[in-house]
Design a protein. Sequence first.
Lengths: 897, 558
Amino acid sequence: MVSLFINGKKVEAEPSQTILQAAQKLGIHIPTLCHDPRLTPTGACRMCVVEAEGARTLVASCATPVSEGMKITTHSELVMRSRRLNLELIWSDHPNDCLTCDKTGECQLQRLMYEYDVKTSRFTDCNPSSRPDDSNPAIYRDMNKCILCGKCVRICDEVQNQHIWAFSNRGMQTSIATAFEKPLRESGCVFCGHCVSVCPVGALMDKPAMKKGRPWETRKVRTVCCYCGVGCSLVLHVKQGDILKVTADTHSPPNYGSLCVKGRYGFEFYRSPDRLKSPLIRDHIDQPFREASWEEAIKLVAQKLMEIKQKYGPDAFGCLSSSRGTNEENYLAQKFTRAVMGTNNMDNCARVCHAPSVTGLRAALGSGAATNSLADIEGAEVLIVSGSNTTEAHPVAALKIKKAVRHNGAKLIVIDPREIELVQYATVWLRLKPGTNVALINGLLHVILKEGLEDKEFIRQRTENIDMLRQVVSPYTPEKVEEITGVPGEDIIKAARIYAGTGKGMIVYGLGMTEHKAGSHGVMSLANLAMITGNIGRPNTGINPLRGQNNVQGSCDMGALPDVYTCYQKVDDPAANKKFSEAWNCQLPTKPGLKEPQMYKATLEGKLKAMYIIGYDPAATQANIHHVKSAMKKLDFLVVQEIFMTETARLAHVVLPAGCFFEKDGTFTNAERRVRLLNQAIQLPKGTKHDWEIMCLIANAMGYPMHYNHPKEIMEEVASLTPEFAGISFKRLEGDGLVWPVWDTNHPGTPILHKDTFTRGKGKLNDLLYTPSEELPDSSYPLYLTTGRRLYHYNNGSMSLRNPEIHSISSEEFVEIHPDDAGALDIKTDDRVRVTSRRGSLEVKALVTTRSRPGSVFLSFHFPETPTNVLTGPGEDMLALTPEYKVCAVKVELCAC
Amino acid sequence: MEKLKNPDDLVKYRKSLESKHRPDKIRIFICTTGCRALGADEVCKAFKAEIEKQSLSDNLEIVDTGCQGLCARAPVLTIEPMGIFYGRVTETDVPEIISRTIQKGEIIERLCYTEAGKRTPYIRDIPFYGKQKKIVLKNCGSIDPKSIDEYILRDGYAAISKVLATMTPDAVVNEVKNSGLRGRGGAGFPTGNKWEFVKKAQGDIKYLVCNGDEGDPGAFMDRAVLEGDPHSVIEGMLVGAYAIGSRKGFIYVRAEYPIAVEHLKIAIEQAKNLGLLGDNILGTNFSFDLEIKMGAGAFVCGEETALIASIEGKRGMPRPRPPFPATSGLWGKPTNINNVETFANVPVVILKGSEWYKAIGTETSKGTKIFALAGNVKNTGLVEVPMGTTLREIVFDIGGGIPGRKKFKAAQMGGPSGGCVPAQHLDLPIDYETVKEVGAIMGSGGLIVMDDSTSMVEIARYFMEFCQDESCGKCVPCRIGTKRMLDTLSRITNGEGKKEDISLLKELAEVTKTASLCGLGQTAANPVLSTIRYYLNEYEELINKKEAQPAAQPATAT
Ligand SMILES: Cc1cc2nc3c(=O)[nH]c(=O)nc-3n(C[C@H](O)[C@H](O)[C@H](O)COP(=O)(O)O)c2cc1C
Ligand code: SF4
Ligand code: SF4
Ligand code: SF4
Ligand code: SF4
Ligand code: SF4
Ligand code: FES
Ligand code: FES
């Protein structure tokens, strides 16, 4: 600590702090235009200058560290003169456009002109004005208004790591430009909008919001992003029932002001004309739908479900809820299924992504959730990123990984067959053959144990089964693992040493781990790795699944699974069964229900007759969709609750139109177990209802009383039945939410799990052998197909494709293929090719790229025109039955046309 | 070539060179650096062809050199051992020089330097040379810069050899501190103190950087040293590196100096071959590696934080200090940056000792200073004088006075960051402090002489335009402030000035001076302030007369 005097007042500050920060402590306001606490200070605008006794010139308080005994004057005559003239100079090079400028009201230049009472400039503008850049749909750029604060340059460099903006020219010609003045769309910009968010003036603007309203006309509503599991906190700017733009609060976790293109520009789907606006019914799926009143539709559903329950028994019904739904909705879905329908045939779309995480982590640690918070990534010394194309699938989490590497010197180990963008940041890249995860991790375990790099104390005190593990991994020598995985043995040794060599090693993984035949095994293997090196239970360690959809964590926590109630209380545990039976006033079934794929099987076997699917589109996103669709077509009764007419809804008897996430209150739980409030920003479209209301209506119509006035009452019920949620209430969630477990109403939440003991007591080291994928390439289908996500889109594309901004940037799919394979097939980029598996076939454009591993091709599943899942199948996780999306065999041919 | 394995090897090597040296041989030193633009290469070629033709190589040798100082007479040559100086030589003069001067000992009058109508063939009689004291330039113009042997013959690398054999790093720092050597890059910061900071700074890696960006219009001191005696800079850097504990250095050379880069490359290669650069220099455990970085063609890249950014491969833009480069410079490591001329002073300080060095100069400013004499003066060129020499001596005795019937009006010192020194200060002994007192700065050594026909407002406008063009554009007071001052000055010189323009200029000047981020902006207003200080009447006249002033560019040398 050093002490200094500001305007005669003494203040203490850390030596690393700036004069500006010290002044803020004293509540002294110093104007700034180029400062942002997230960015390296550059001292460009000179508005924050202050007088420092003994200094030759004024000093920029934002960039000058405090020192002992400093004497600072923040508003002396000279300082004020300087600030005023500075503003006058800026104004002399600025169009006088406040009257029509969209920035008016939140413009920092305007504010300072007011504060310093600078009315006009004595200097005339001599700069020829440049034309605004209107070339892309998201970011409007008017460099006439740029004051060259450089914040856009710095945030794109330092936070987004995309390096799009740079200063060019000198003197008055200086400007901010992309390389070679290319339009943003061709410059590598990923439209995260960071630059727009920091621009102090109207030089970079969110185009969709322009000319739609003034800042003071909008209501700011805080909510949570509806796309990936990072669960970014959003601020919606709402005017008269319309969302104009989305921003983020720089103080709010987990994103602290960052967003990706989906969060920032992917909000317009809510006003798509395609929204479902009325219940639709039909007797038979060959008939066209007809619009029906809510009364009629609800009556029909209630009646049909009762009939089937009576005729075939409770287990003839299955319910699938959505990881895009709120916690409250998921809770109600499983309550409906269990209490009203009397069956445990309850699942949610986590089945197709992170069910193996729940299974694997529960088996190893006792809790199926991420162990640490996303913020911990930044402070880790070693990061293993396995099976996660984080940059595209969880963009804001990727920023934290890059920050750890670039700014904090962390070492990154990437385990991925594809040359994902993070490979550029990696110390070691283990480019394994798809589906060989367990073998590779066994190889790492082998090296660590063989070289004695394990944390013996931790293993002894906190884990069990080390001896079996030792035995099982002993044959997995680097040589042997190289044979199986294709990863050079020396890289395996190097990675093992790096990870075992730190006390701050953090594992982050994605669907590339789980969507395999041995998906749950892969997760357990990663847990082994964390446990034998003691990298768990502390800050900056642990094993952390990046959840696919925004509420994968929550939908599982809420018991939308066949075998558990909320927070994994088992349905076959008599105590839990009793507790829930009493609370719900009925006798609940004890037999675990069917998992989603088992439901299709049961349907095809004629055992399952009716399904209720809420906000989930398995007919597009399940593997081997021909099979799934044929099952659905066999159902006696299918109810689908949706916002758009999806592939699944097309197979329904009744379609119930629901509200989307801007239109509802509720909570989401992100990948770090942070439960956060969604706040209704706009009215439900006419003709639609909240999901929770619909479920209540059906239950009531079926004679089971289900009454809530507001989702918060549902959360009260959850809290009363779930020890981990005991301290959670909507009131307490205001602000940044809480990270469960929250054991009581004073408990602050638990960002780090398994601190002193694992949820299951001792950590279980599971001894696992490598199991090859179900379907491997052969002479007829010689290539691996792996599937995954792209930055601009999400899931079945029903939301992301309905945003004009995003759609105009990315509107079609392409199959990624390595030049070696492409060459052999005479395929060039943009050629149309046919991809065929044993289950189906599709046409798509080719992209020849070394990103693909030789011998593997890649497709996303976002575009209805390219129904990738006709190809996928037949493998599934041995324990969780999650489809093996990451491996099947295909052939690729050039299209004749 | 065998590497020299210890200081004795170096001595032996020098001895062997000396034994081969033939003092009786006639040598013609031709400046083929700056004078190249005026045909020096052709002269050189003609000599070599003639020697070949007449088989004179036994007794006559041509030596390509760096700048010999009297650039006004370019292309120039010196004939030794006679000490004859010829200027404005063309290739057609070559056969005559050989047949008359070399073979018969006759003087060719028309090639001689003349002053007041008197022809002065011998260097020792030319006042331009007589009043100078060549410490830094002692080799420049009299050795072949492409030959390390010639440098070694002149006690080259004896300083680093002495340092490695007999001095601790602390002793080196103390010696340099005691010498009073101050940075020649402009600010005059004591070099020894700077070294001490970096030496004491925490860091596993430390960098040493030589600033050869030399962007002042008209200045070419550093260029002359790099072109004419590159080894002296390398040796200075070696001593510096040893003192601060650096193993890696960079020479940042202005992009427009291809000859300097060529000569440096050769010098570095030769030094490496002899074991004077690289690992285990002279067999000790001191190692130092040197890399050339080409400048980005911007004046501001001479500012040390911008220079660092530029070496790191980024746009050369200054950043706020602290942290100072001494604690966090290149790639965040402690970095010592000195000017070319500063480094070139170091070997002398070491060899002759700080006491000897201290004896030259004034109370506060020791040693000599090189000036690039330009503008309205007869002998434009490169001069080295002891600190404390008066402007009158430089302009009149050395410079030969003002051409034509014009009178001396003022000298602009310190280029665009400096100011003018008017006639009333002609007898001021020049050192860092005195120059500052009269409103100019020593700067890096640009000295532009102006006669009484010069419009001082136009001069101020010229330098302001330079600063505006060269402003990196980062900070408001400099980017826009210099532009608004330029607008105002242009208005005045266009005869459209207003009464309030002078106070407006002062107001703008105050803010650019106090609120700009780096030295460029902080000093950009100096020429305006200094001309207002001494020539307010010229401003007022222009404003009152409302007459346009012809645009002028002060003549610069070479
Ligand atoms: C705009 C600007 C340009 C500069 N250009 C040069 C230059 O070309 N050469 C130089 O040696 N120093 C230049 N300097 C000074 C350097 O920043 C630095 O002070 C100097 O290189 C330190 O070396 P010294 O201590 O040996 O003088 C410049 C400074 C400023 C502000
Ligand atoms: S950017 Fe700010 S100051 Fe400029 S016109 Fe818009 S509101 Fe006015
Ligand atoms: S939108 Fe993002 S990537 Fe594009 S320029 Fe701005 S900060 Fe960079
Ligand atoms: S565009 Fe905006 S953020 Fe970028 S430099 Fe200009 S004013 Fe600053
Ligand atoms: S990173 Fe995920 S949560 Fe954040 S804005 Fe993007 S899609 Fe939304
Ligand atoms: S003073 Fe001028 S050159 Fe220096 S940082 Fe500011 S704009 Fe750039
Ligand atoms: S805020 Fe400090 S210089 Fe801009
Ligand atoms: S004498 Fe040739 S450049 Fe100076």
